[in-house]
Write a protein that binds this ligand. Structure first.
Ligand code: ATP
Ligand code: MG
Length: 962
């Protein structure tokens, strides 16, 4: 931070302002006399021109700490005194051991106490002290172990206190760690008061997964949604269907903002689509009751999300008070608010209050709230999304191995975000699906076009993110340039499209607004004319190099500027003056070299002494001869070492002063120009954001086309029927896994599936026979078809599916206080209540969590209801096929609707062959019922002890041991 003090006025330029200028220091008034203070160091009295801004940055590093501590102590004296008086008053019978704490530590202690009393979450307070983040008191004791940092004690005057810390550049790492534990971080950054120059450490932000603005923590390939939910005030007065629930969600670092009013039945499906990183509910609300599933069994799934029970402050603001967060045009914002439903307003209000508390210093320029979720989407509840491993794997929650990862061929962040959000909300709109298929077909037809398109897309930027970074003074100059280069590349893409009439007809409409927007194009040109691209890149490199070690002296003669010389008249004049100086500088260097180093300029440099600020000429003493030359010169020798001498040369003093003065003025002009540029960018905010949807659509489409080609996919026929006809279908993820292992040879056995509504296939077969894989692959094919993608099959005709339900595995959920069987029954109950004749239901081993007889009867009852009452399409895998068939055979209508299919296993009877070679799985599905699960063979394959296997064999009933 830099503070410039005029005689009667103070000016402070925040570090934010500096960050906005790529770390360069700018910011001084040019009138009268100035004293410059940087980070508490009063450096140079007199005219501003005598101080190099670069100097200030370096000098302060050393001395800053002592002074700042002194000042902080002073400031704290007052607070300390006050605290002392208070504590004296409070001292009746006992002494408080913390009384002896100084103001800083007392403030910290107060904050620790304050946050430990909060009911809405567990907070870890990171206090910045110099270049460290530190934890104190019980926080240090509690979290040092969790964070894996050393717990130590800090000796104060009268006591020692627990303390732990880590270097500030490791913040991201520790934030990630505390999120994984379900905690939140309170970041208190060091700040200097504008007037008193006292250091304070107020709360900068409260960070949780949904309020992350730190670049290192954010994966821009996915949305990072923060979702606020408001439930009915008195839910029990409403019937389940009538109670309205408000949803409002946003991505803080992209500025998107959506609302929706939904009901109990559709809430969980909506949450799956939103895929929030964090859910916020009002702490007044009885969330434990909600989690219990007594309102709605599916709500128990809410427990698996990172949830914040936000204690809405008494200073709660109304939605209207946040109008300026959306757009300058207040009228427009208020009229948009007027269109929101009651529950959407309350959810938005909760969301904005939460953001205001967590990110008090972050500028959140949201898009106007939109009711986002289209009504025509396939419903996938969180359970199904998880079971089908759409975005992450069941075990470990990894992205690698999930469908999203396997199908993603996007080359931009916006494209990747769109693809993963589509995956969670497949469309039920046939027209929309067919249009996406048409886009893919075209991209496949014109392969070379697609290749060129990908190359151009790679150069486009994540515009929404950049605009937000500029707004918060976090953007580097190179990022400003990315706006103009994205405009240029989109123009190039448009030209590419124009070359092919067939493609142009289809894709040109998405470019309409962008191409016609002349002022946006002008802005692009303006940015390129203003910011120097070559220098910006070089400067970034220089900045990095500068961090490597201390610079003993400062070399003047800057040749790198972020803003171009002809960006303004004043800049032009200043740069011409500076160039003149540079010429003189080079001349002087040459002259002095001739005199002092026999013409070798490399042995000579014109510097500014780090400590004294003097302009000196540094000459390296190379050999005896140069020593002699130096001994005879006329200039005053200021500092002399064995290897160099620093001389005072009047010409350099005069020139150096002039150059520094101009440098400062250039810095001021750079800041002015940057601010103007920022303002211009904000005036074009809406047009700039219009570019993202073009990138998203083109990138997602090319990704689909690429995958279709690579994985040999076909275009499915999607229609209004309730049919489900897949020929030679495959499971993309399992197939990929098998391919890897066998060096590129496809080992996956394809299988067909043909179902109508009210029909079921019961799949039996040995363990490891591929039952679960078959079930899942059909659900995934349906999802891929309805997101508009091609599908892994040789033919597919699908009637639109409205909901996909899964009941997979028999995991119990201790976290939700539910037993294995309870979880099974909960999930099955939801299916029986909600599945329709357009739904696809996947049931994998139902009824295993209880006694075999009761389990089979429950399995049968469920299957019967799904086909007879719900009339859904059902895929049902079981090891109890024989028993289930007995029940089915009793009901002719069920017998007609159910087909039995099986997978098989072949065992070679030569026991000399190792077990893994002796068992051959036939994953091809054939009609019939498998009566044998071959569990003992699989146990042997898994390394079951021989003696135990023998016992198992002996205890098998006779008819099964054959
Ligand atoms: N169609 C297939 N082609 C090739 N390999 C397959 C196929 N289906 C499954 N596999 C392989 O078999 C493994 C086990 O498959 P899966 O889990 O579907 O068996 P399962 O019949 O459900 O077994 P269990 O009864 O024990 O649940 C898979 O991980 C995969 O490696
Ligand atoms: Mg299975």
């Amino acid at each position: 931070m830099l503070v410039a003090v005029a005689r009667n006025a103070w000016r402070i330029y925040s570090s934010g302002c500096l960050r906005g200028c790529a770390g360069k220091l700018l910011a001084l008034r040019s009138r009268s006399s100035y004293r410059i203070i940087s980070r508490g160091l009063s450096h140079n009295e007199g005219h501003i021109d005598h101080v190099s801004l670069a100097d200030i940055e370096v000098i302060t590093e050393q001395k800053d700490k002592k002074r700042s501590r002194g000042r902080a102590e002073k400031k704290n004296e007052g607070a300390k005194q006050k605290k002392k008086t208070e504590s004296l008053k409070a001292q009746t019978n006992e002494t408080n051991p913390d009384d002896s704490l100084t103001g800083f530590y007392q403030d910290l202690k107060d904050m620790v106490d304050q946050f430990s009393n909060r009911v809405d979450g567990e907070y870890v307070i990171f206090t910045q002290v110099g270049s460290f983040y530190e934890l104190y008191f019980e926080q240090a004791e509690k979290y040092a172990g969790i964070l894996g940092i050393t717990l130590t004690r800090k000796q104060l005057k009268s006591q020692s206190i627990p303390f732990a810390g880590f270097p500030d550049y490791k913040l991201d790492k520790y934030l990630r760690l505390i999120f994984s534990k379900g905690l939140k971080a309170v970041i208190c950054n060091q700040r200097r008061d504008e007037f008193s120059n006292v250091i304070t450490r107020p709360i900068d932000r409260i960070v949780s997964p949904g309020t992350v603005v730190d670049e290192g923590l954010r994966d821009y390939n996915r949305n990072n949604h923060l979702l606020a939910i408001t439930f009915p005030e008195e839910p029990f007065k409403h019937s389940v269907m009538e109670g309205k629930i408000g949803l409002a969600w946003c991505d803080v670092s992209l500025g998107t903002f959506y609302v929706l009013e939904t009901n109990f039945e559709n809430l969980m499906a909506a949450i799956t689509r939103i895929n929030p990183s964090e859910i916020v509910v009002d702490s007044k609300f009885d969330i434990e009751y909600l989690y219990s599933g007594k309102w709605h069994p599916q709500f128990t799934d809410l427990k698996s999300y990172y949830t914040t029970r936000f204690q809405v402050p008494s200073t709660k603001r109304k939605l209207q008070d946040y109008a300026s967060k959306f757009a300058d045009n207040r009228k427009l914002v208020l009229s948009t608010f007027d269109l929101l439903k009651q529950k959407e307003i309350s959810a938005s209000n909760l969301l904005l209050n939460y953001i205001a508390e967590c990110l008090p210093n972050y500028s959140t320029n949201f898009q106007l709230p939109t009711r986002s979720l289209p009504s025509e989407v396939m419903q996938i509840d969180p359970r199904a999304a998880k079971d089908l491993e759409l975005t992450e794997t069941i075990r470990g929650g990894m992205r690698v191995g999930a469908l999203a990862n396997i199908i993603d061929r996007t080359v931009t962040n916006p494209g990747a975000r769109l693809l993963s959000s589509w995956l969670l909300m497949p469309s039920t709109n046939i027209k929309e699906i067919k249009q996406r298929q048409h886009f893919i077909t075209l991209m496949l037809k014109f392969g070379s076009f697609t290749g060129e398109l990908i190359q151009l897309l790679k150069h486009t930027a994540d515009i929404s993110r950049i605009v937000r970074r500029i707004d918060n003074n976090r953007a580097a100059f190179a990022e400003y340039l990315e706006i103009s280069s994205t405009i240029r590349y989109l123009d190039n893409i448009y030209d590419l499209i124009k070359e092919r009439p067939e493609i142009f007809k289809v894709f040109s409409p998405i470019f309409k607004v962008f191409i016609d927007d002349a002022s946006l194009h002008k802005l692009g040109t303006h940015i390129t004319k203003t910011i120097d691209s070559s220098v910006t890149l070089k400067t970034n490199d220089n900045n990095n190099n500068n961090n490597n070690g201390p610079r003993p002296d400062i070399t003047i003669a800057k040749t790198n500027w972020n803003i171009k010389a002809d960006a303004s008249k004043r800049m032009h004049t200043l740069r011409s003056k500076y160039d003149d100086c540079l010429e003189k500088y080079n001349q002087l260097l040459e002259d002095l070299a001739k005199q002092l180093c026999e013409g070798e300029t490399t042995d000579l440099s014109l510097i500014r002494h780090l400590k004294t600020g003097e302009f000196l000429v540094n000459v390296r003493i190379k050999n005896k001869k140069s020593k002699e030359l130096i001994e005879n010169i006329k200039y005053e020798k200021k500092y002399h070492t064995r290897t160099s001498v620093k001389l005072q040369v009047p010409e350099w003093k005069e020139l150096g002063n002039r150059m520094v003065a101009i440098e400062n003025n250039i810095a001021i002009e750079e800041m002015n120009i940057t601010n103007e540029l920022k303002a211009k960018i904000f005036r074009h905010n809406d047009s700039i954001k219009e570019m993202s949807p073009i990138i998203e659509l083109l990138d997602t489409t090319q990704s689909f086309a690429n995958m279709a080609q690579e994985k040999n996919l076909v275009c499915p026929i999607v229609d209004k029927t309730t049919d489900f006809d897949i020929v030679e279908g495959r499971h993309l993820v399992v197939e990929e896994g098998l391919q890897d292992r066998s060096m590129g040879v496809a080992n996956f056995t394809s299988n067909s599936c043909k179902l109508k509504n009210g029909e079921a296939w019961v799949i039996t077969g040995p363990n490891m026979g591929g039952k679960s894989t078959f079930l899942r692959q059909n659900a995934l094919i349906a999802i891929l078809a309805q997101i508009g993608s091609f599908v892994p099959a040789s033919y597919a005709r699908l009637g639109i599916i409205d909901k996909i339900f899964t009941r997979v595995g028999s995991s119990d959920n201790i976290f939700k206080n539910q037993s294995t069987f309870m979880v099974e029954m909960n999930e099955t109950a939801i299916i029986l209540r909600e599945a329709t004749e357009r739904s696809l239901v996947i049931v994998d081993e139902l009824g295993r969590g209880t006694s075999p007889q009761e389990g089979v009867s429950i399995a049968f009852a469920s299957l019967y209801t799904m086909i007879e009452k719900n009339k859904s399409k059902v895929l049902f895998a079981t090891h109890f096929g024989t028993d289930l068939k007995k029940y089915i055979d009793k009901y002719p209508e069920a017998k007609k609707a159910v087909e039995f299919y099986k997978t098989d296993l072949e065992e070679l009877h030569d026991t000399s062959i190792p077990i893994d070679k002796r068992i051959i799985f036939h994953h091809t599905l054939s009609k019939g019922l498998s009566t044998h699960s071959h569990a003992l063979l699989i146990a042997e394959l898994a390394g079951f002890p021989k003696s135990a296997l023998e016992i198992a064999r002996k205890s098998l009933p006779e008819e099964m041991s054959s």
